[in-house]
Design a binder for this molecule. Structure first.
Ligand SMILES: Cc1ncc(COP(=O)(O)O)c(C=O)c1O
Length: 420
């Protein structure tokens, strides 16, 4: 049976469970995730390696809601953590230090102090200075540390400029020549153990070429290192595989993985990848209610909904496109709507110029493919609480994150302190 979200008797269901029922019980806005879709997608990528040694390290930044993290743990995934907070969540969800790679362009001194003694699978360093700081902590705590060097390969991911990371002009990684020098210094530094070379050239990559080029680049670097006597444990090829937000064709996991394996096989090294969006993206929807309808121009109306940039920042942040469908489409000729959120910003537009079945106030809309970089990027702007999140699993559903309250927000704000 197909997993995820589809219309059944003219109503959107998640793995057979009525989305209206969930919204009726929990209110809106609500994120709904399909555990089955997460599992299917994880396994599809995992199985595509067809026996080639590898490990998926799910990128927690895409969605680190605890129940999701535990679902990935139960599948046997490792994780890619981008902050000490994500490492902490992963540890609490049962991941061992050896399941965690610590990536990120700005690891603070406090974060490194915590991370180095943990004995992680690798700290993926992004600069000469960072490697020095890691080494100094390792010396202080008296234990060697496993590191990977993130190289900036100057490859154009041809993705949105805000989520391209592999060009020289981007802040990420160490430029290739400097990285060679840096890695060349590691054998003389006894507390540093170089275990991998890392690249991540961007997110929402929809053509195979940049992913293949990045993998070939890493394989070539691993080959050079081997000739100089440095043997790596694995190569870390990052994340980045895109999903078809417009419902069109996409690079399949099989095509993606076989390009990586073809590039890396000559080195004999095992492959780590850090997929986020490609596992979670299509496994979640954001359900919102139409609050108001009002004329916009001769052709279209505004549909004001109760979710916006505070729950889903991607459209306002990147001009990202998400399909939006009524949960129970009404009959009648399609009309044009500008679907906007309630936030006090003109950029709070969730969907521009959409042709939809006619809407009425109180109708439910599903904003599709919002499992990744949706709730994880939510904010409290306008004092809007974080939305409730629901996981559907084996025909049943449960709240995995309750709706935030104003009490929750104010609990962090301290009164009665003496001025300093
Ligand atoms: C280092 C690194 N790894 C993995 C990812 C996950 O990328 P994606 O969600 O596109 O798979 C990111 C996201 O930007 C990243 O920066």
């Amino acid at each position: 049976m197909a997993t995820g979200f589809f219309l059944h008797h003219n109503e959107l269901v998640c793995d057979g469970v009525s989305v209206s029922e969930i919204a009726g019980a929990e209110g809106t806005p609500v994120y709904v995730y399909s555990a089955a879709a997460i599992r299917d997608r994880y396994r599809e990528i995992d199985l595509a390696f067809a026996g080639y040694p590898h490990r998926l390290h799910y990128a927690l930044k895409a969605n680190s809601t605890f129940a999701i993290v535990k679902t990935l743990r139960d599948l046997g995934s490792g994780v890619d953590a981008n902050s000490i907070g994500e490492i902490d969540v992963a540890r609490r969800a049962g991941f061992a230090p050896s399941d965690i790679v610590f990536t990120g362009v700005g690891k603070s001194a406090a974060e490194l102090e915590c991370a180095v003694p943990l004995g992680l699978k690798a700290i993926n360093v992004e600069s000469t200075g960072e490697l020095d700081r890691v080494e100094a902590i390792a010396a202080r705590v008296g234990r060697p540390v496993r590191v990977a060097v993130r190289i900036n390969p100057d490859i154009d991911a041809k993705s949105h400029p805000h989520i391209s990371t592999g060009l020289k002009i981007n802040k990420f990684g160490v430029p290739a020549d400097a990285a060679r020098d840096l890695m060349g210094s590691i054998p003389t530094r006894p507390l540093l153990q170089l275990v991998a070379v890392h690249v991540h050239v961007g997110s929402q990559i929809t053509s195979i070429a940049p992913l293949r080029s990045a993998a070939s680049f890493v394989a070539a670097v691993a080959g050079e290192l081997k000739r100089r006597g440095t043997l790596l444990d694995y190569v870390d090829l990052g994340g980045g595989l895109g999903i078809p937000y417009d419902g069109g064709p996409a690079v399949s996991p099989r095509e993606y993985v076989s390009a990586l394996v073809d590039a890396v096989r000559p080195t004999g090294l095992s492959i780590v990848i850090e997929p986020g969006r490609s596992i979670l993206g299509q496994a979640g929807v954001l359900i919102a209610r139409v609050i108001d309808l009002k004329p916009r121009n001769a052709l279209s109306e505004f549909a004001v909904i109760d979710a916006g940039m505070t729950e889903l920042m991607r459209p306002a942040l990147y001009g990202a496109f998400h399909r939006i469908d009524p949960v129970r489409p009404r009959s009648g000729a399609a009309r044009q709507y500008e679907i906007v959120g309630p936030v006090c910003e003109s950029s709070d537009v969730v969907g521009r110029d959409r042709e939809l079945a006619p809407l009425a106030v109180d109708d439910l809309l599903a904003i599709l493919d919002t499992g990744a970089y949706g709730s994880a990027m939510a904010s409290n702007y306008n004092r809007r609480p974080f939305p409730v999140e629901v996981l559907v699993d084996e025909g049943r559903w449960r709240v995995v994150r309750r709706r935030q309250t104003v009490d929750d927000m104010l609990a962090m704000e301290v009164e009665g302190q003496v001025d300093r």
